[in-house]
Design a protein around this ligand. Structure first.
Ligand SMILES: Cc1ncc(COP(=O)(O)O)c(C=O)c1O
Length: 446
């Protein structure tokens, strides 16, 4: 290409990127809030000029598969999360699938889990925290949830133990860390792996240490409701290079080769390996040592992720401020609602503001949520699957239960949450609180 041609390409690129930023600001900038007319969503994405610029920048590359933005995203995420390596994947559910599947890898030798082994988890939460346990032929052992923190009740951990227990897989519920002191001590005592599902908790910490750094593996989701987004996306955080190698292989078709896309001979032995029953010298690029998937992201997703990651601290601070604003503002409704609380010793990175109607209160949750939605445009969410054992898909699945699941049933019947995401300001939060108070006080006097 001539210098003139190259200069024209560079100039066009600059122009397109500047226009993209301007477009994002005009077309997707914040809109004024009109009470009763504007929705108050429970969650949402906060995207701006930087995200649009990166997205268009990656589109102009025309690289499409994982490339320079993915490499930048993975290394910045690992640094920010305080882990050895971070691997980007196409969803939080895929991240959980890979993290649990990694525990069965032959690379772990005697410590590898085998089908039929048991994994302790919480009966309340998101299904794809638990599903990879079943998908790998392992047996989930369910413990109840604690109201208020909405994390697993750790007081019955020892009861859940059996000779086949090999791991604990738990989510930090709605951004509130679970009791990591109790869970890590239990795992250490019994030689169990810990997988932290941090999909709703990026930026949270416990005892001054970030969640995701306690377990052998941890996971993140970048779906729009989450702390940062790339549309669809997630990541596996790995505490060791061994786990990084396993997860990467499982993510990338199960291959033994670890070349970046577009590279061919990183190990310098591409035609010198002999593995399995393959002939000596069989191309390492086509040698598979795990039962793998393909769960990678595109570079356009990663490009948005890079811009979002730079804004993470501000997002987390806004979520915390919004949560506290609701906690203070709703204190007068504590006779009707169990209000949420942070786990002792933790600094949550809140995903939502969860409330539970107290027993005997003459309020029908579905009627309340319908009224908020239809009359006030205030969006709510349930605490995901409630008691997961009562979901249709769980019928006849192998599992064990340790202790009663009364808390999980309460969550299923009487809990709901509203938004704290950074797109909400005090106008929306005040309107949401007034709406809730209006409905409740028409039925229950203080
Ligand atoms: C705790 C938890 N784990 C996993 C997931 C799955 O993430 P994704 O929607 O990216 O698959 C979610 C989704 O919100 C979640 O809340």
């Amino acid at each position: 290409m001539s210098d003139h041609h190259l200069a024209e390409i560079a100039a066009l690129r600059r122009q397109i990127l500047a226009l993209s930023e301007r477009y994002a600001m005009l077309a997707h900038g914040p809109k004024p809030f009109v009470p009763g007319a504007s929705p108050v969503p429970p969650a949402g994405k906060v995207l701006g000029a930087a995200e649009m610029r990166n997205l268009v920048d990656s589109a102009l590359d025309f690289w499409l598969t994982t490339g320079r933005f993915n490499a930048q995203f993975e290394s910045q995420l690992a640094r920010q999360a305080g882990v050895r390596r971070a691997l980007a994947v196409n969803s939080g559910s895929s991240a959980n699938l890979l993290a649990v599947s990694a525990l069965l890898s032959h690379e772990l030798g005697k410590r590898a889990l085998r089908p039929g082994d048991e994994v302790i988890t919480c009966a309340t939460g998101f299904p794809t925290t638990v599903n990879p346990i079943l998908q790998n032929g392992l047996v989930p052992v369910f413990l109840d949830v604690e109201l208020g923190t909405y994390n697993m009740d750790v007081s019955r951990l020892e009861e859940a133990l059996s000779p086949r227990t090999r791991a604990v897989v738990l989510a930090h519920a709605l951004g509130n860390p679970f009791d990591l002191a109790a869970v890590t001590a239990f795992c250490r005592k019994h030689g169990l792996f810990l997988v932290e599902d941090c999909c709703d908790a990026l930026g949270a910490s416990y005892g001054g240490r970030q969640v995701g750094t306690f377990g052998e593996l941890a996971t993140l989701s970048f779906y729009p409701a989450h702390h940062i987004t790339m549309g669809e996306g997630g990541a596996v955080l790995c505490s060791t290079t061994r786990f990084k190698k396993i997860v990467e292989s499982l993510r990338d078709w199960g291959r033994d080769c670890y070349c970046e896309p577009g590279k061919d001979n990183t190990c310098n032995k591409r035609f010198a390996w002999q593995l399995g029953e393959l002939p000596p010298g069989y191309d390492h690029k086509y040698t598979y040592s795990h039962l793998g998937y393909n769960l990678k992201i595109t570079d356009m997703q990663a490009a948005i992720g890079v811009a979002q990651l730079a804004r993470l601290d501000g997002f987390v601070a806004a979520r915390r401020a919004n949560w506290q604003y609701l906690r203070d503002g709703l204190a007068d409704l504590e006779d009707v609602l169990i209000l949420p609380r942070a786990t002792d010793g933790s600094e949550p990175s809140w995903f939502g503001f969860c409330m539970t109607l107290r027993p005997g209160v003459p309020i029908d949750r579905e009627d309340l949520l319908r009224w908020l939605n239809d009359e006030r445009k205030v969006g709510t969410r349930l605490l995901f699957g409630g008691n997961l054992l009562r979901q249709p898909y769980m019928k006849d699945r192998p599992h064990r239960v340790a202790g009663p699941l009364e808390g999980s049933d309460v969550v299923m019947n009487r809990s709901f949450w509203t938004g704290v995401y950074p797109g909400l300001g005090t106008d929306q939060l005040d309107y949401m609180m007034d709406s809730l108070r209006h409905y409740i006080r028409a039925r229950v006097s203080p």
